[in-house]
Write a new protein. Structure first.
Length: 221
C-alpha cells in the first residue's frame, strides 16, 4: 500500500477499506480479520483496528457473536430501508449541486460517463466501472457543499456495499438504461429537478433488480 500521502496512516487505511466496502468487494457475512487486512495493506494492526471501529460506527461492519468484525448479512427489509434513504439523501444532494457544478467538473463527469458505459459492455472491466461510478456520484455530491449530508451518503454507500456485490452479477444480464447520460444532460441544462429524478432512477435500478431476483442476495453471501 502506498502511504506516501498527506494523510495519516490511520486515515489512509480507513479510506482504502471504506472504498472497498462501497464497491462491494467484501461478501455479506464475511469476517474481516485484522491480521489478514494488515498484511494485505502492508501496515500494522493498529490502523486496521481503528478503521474497523470507525466503519462500525457507520454501520458498514458489525461484531458477530465471536466478537469479530464482519460485513452485515443481507435482508430484504434492510435493502428497502437503504434504498429509500439513498433516494432521499442523494436526490437532495444532486438538486443542490446542479447549479453549483462548474464547467471543468461537468467535463470530468462526461469523461466518467463514457468510461462507465464502456465498462458495462465488457464484464472484465466491472471493477473499473464501479470505481468510476463512485467517482461520478461523489463528484456531484461534493459540489452540493453540504458536509452533513455528504457524511450521510457515505454511510449509506458503505451499508449498500453487500447489496452492490449481490447486484454485480445482474448488471450484464438485464437491459440497463443509460441513466448516467440522463443525469449529465439534466446537469448541463441546470435542471435540478430533472437531475434528481434521473439520479433516483439510477439508484433504484440495482435495488429493484435485487427485489425482482431475491435469490441473488443468498448467492452473494
Amino acid at each position: 500500500m502506498n502511504l506516501k500521502t498527506p494523510v495519516s496512516i490511520n486515515e489512509a487505511v480507513y479510506r482504502m477499506l471504506r472504498d472497498r466496502l462501497m464497491r462491494g468487494e467484501f461478501a455479506a457475512g464475511q469476517v474481516l480479520g485484522i491480521e489478514e487486512l494488515a498484511q494485505t495493506m502492508q501496515t500494522s494492526t493498529m490502523p486496521v483496528r481503528s478503521a474497523l471501529q470507525r466503519l462500525a460506527e457507520q454501520r458498514a461492519v458489525e461484531r458477530n457473536k465471536s466478537r469479530n468484525m464482519q460485513v452485515p448479512l443481507l435482508s430484504m427489509e434492510r435493502l428497502e430501508d437503504i434504498r429509500r434513504s439513498r433516494l432521499l439523501v442523494e436526490g437532495a444532494l444532486i438538486e443542490w449541486a446542479t447549479p453549483r457544478l462548474e464547467r471543468v467538473q461537468i467535463d470530468h463527469l462526461r469523461l466518467l460517463v463514457d468510461k462507465i458505459a464502456n465498462a458495462l459492455e465488457e464484464p472484465e472491466k466491472l471493477d473499473e466501472g464501479l470505481t468510476n461510478n463512485q467517482t461520478f456520484h461523489f463528484t456531484i455530491y461534493q459540489a452540493a457543499n453540504s458536509p452533513t449530508m455528504l457524511s450521510m451518503v457515505e454511510s449509506l454507500w458503505l451499508q449498500s456495499g453487500p447489496y452492490l456485490r449481490a447486484a454485480r452479477n445482474l448488471m450484464h444480464t438485464a437491459p440497463r438504461p443509460d441513466l448516467h447520460e440522463k443525469i449529465l444532460k439534466a446537469i448541463e441544462r441546470r435542471d435540478g429537478v430533472a437531475a434528481r429524478l434521473a439520479m433516483c432512477q439510477d439508484i433504484a435500478w440495482a435495488f429493484d433488480r435485487l427485489s425482482e431476483v431475491p435469490q441473488a442476495l443468498s448467492r452473494a453471501a
